[in-house]
Design a protein around this ligand. Structure first.
Ligand code: KG4
Ligand code: ZN
Length: 337
């Protein structure tokens, strides 16, 4: 089963082809991404501009993915159906449905977060089920217990800003650009030392069902703002480092709490913030200490891509699932629901 996947939920137009690999695995045959540079001048994603750019880029991107995979047409088509910017999602979704109609192929609508949370399975050897999936992106910060396809109880999530959003806002506070994650990451690597101390916000679990505490990142962002107001000459690399250390600390705190409460030691990281050097380093250290078993996809697979969408589409098709062409876009959508 060879699947073409289309992703257009935010500011990347992406298309990829996946197919069968050894031992029932899925392999990526091509993975093409067009990142929209137009938003840089606005300091964040402008939804209408994103939709227009997707409309221009989706056909050449899909063509390139098919050409690089060396195929004329796939066996099925998958596309992100949400969550994300509604207008942006609709471009890729409608395009994928049109391909499915024209080519008389099965169609699957994929949850973008499910794409991220299952993307570590594309790695060799990848996590074994059940695994703890930490999805840290610009719009979401959630720790799932991945028990099987479509079965992802939430163990912890943010009650306010997503971790990536906090990186983006702190970059703006420092007078820097968007996306903030790579900028803060780079600044922090030049820090002289631990000159500033920022809080580690902890929020109690909201329901009995949750195994660990939730996150909160908006207070941390406010703490950075206060620090900069009180110390206008603060060294920005050291502020970036203090902020990054605080984010990484609380992310790892919940992962370790979940390892303890569930007894599951398999941990898989995904989402844009999974590209963060310090987060990767700290988790690798915990893996080396034997406290967890980590699957860490390469940075290109952490940020938005088409392969993760094609992958989930393929898994669902192999499980006998397809979606009707009437499937709506879902701007809000919890994976597995
Ligand atoms: O998953 P993604 O590409 O898009 C969403 O679905 O949100 O994640 C984008 C987010 C942005 O907030 C960006 O600042 C953050 O990922 N990010 C990083 C790094 N690279 C990207 N955050 C921290 N460190 C990085 N190196
Ligand atoms: Zn994403």
């Amino acid at each position: 089963m060879i699947v073409l996947g289309i992703e257009s939920s935010c500011d990347e137009t992406a298309a990829a082809v996946v197919g069968p690999g050894p031992e029932g695995r899925t392999v990526v045959l091509s993975d093409v991404i067009h990142s929209q540079a137009i938003h840089l001048q606005y300091g964040g994603v402008v939804p209408e501009l994103a939709s227009r750019s997707h409309a221009e880029q989706v056909i050449p991107t899909a063509r390139a993915a098919l050409a690089q995979a060396g195929i004329d047409r796939p066996d099925a088509v998958a596309a992100t159906a949400g969550p994300g910017l509604l207008g942006a999602v609709l471009v890729g979704l409608c395009f994928a449905k049109a391909l499915a109609v024209g080519w008389k192929l099965p169609f699957v609508g994929v949850n973008h977060l499910e794409g991220h949370l299952l993307s570590p399975l594309l790695e060799e050897p990848g996590p074994r089920w059940p695994f703890l999936a930490l999805v840290v992106s610009g719009g979401h910060t959630t720790l799932y217990l991945a028990r099987g396809l479509g079965d992802y109880p939430v163990l912890a999530s943010t009650v306010d800003d997503a971790a990536g959003e906090a990186f983006d806002k702190v970059s703006r506070l420092l007078g820097r650009g968007y996306p903030g994650g790579p900028i803060i990451d780079g600044l922090a690597s030049k820090a002289q030392g631990d000159r500033y101390e920022l809080p580690r916000p902890m929020v109690r679990e909201r329901t009995q069902l949750r195994a660990v505490h939730d996150w909160s990142f908006s207070g941390l962002k406010t703490a950075v703002r206060t620090l900069l107001e009180n110390q206008p000459d603060a060294a920005e690399a050291d502020v970036a480092r203090a902020f990054q250390e605080a984010v990484v600390d609380v992310l790892i705190d919940r992962v370790l709490a979940a390892v303890q409460s569930t007894g599951v030691r398999e941990v898989a990281l995904s989402g844009g913030v999974a590209a963060n050097s310090r987060l990767r380093q700290r988790l690798q250290e915990l893996d080396a200490q034997g406290r967890l078993r980590l699957t860490l996809p390469p940075r290109s697979r952490c940020t938005d891509n088409g392969a993760m969408i094609a992958h989930v589409g393929r898994l669902r098709l192999l499980a006998g699932q397809t979606d009707p062409l009437s499937l709506p876009a879902r701007p809000q959508w919890t994976p597995g629901t």
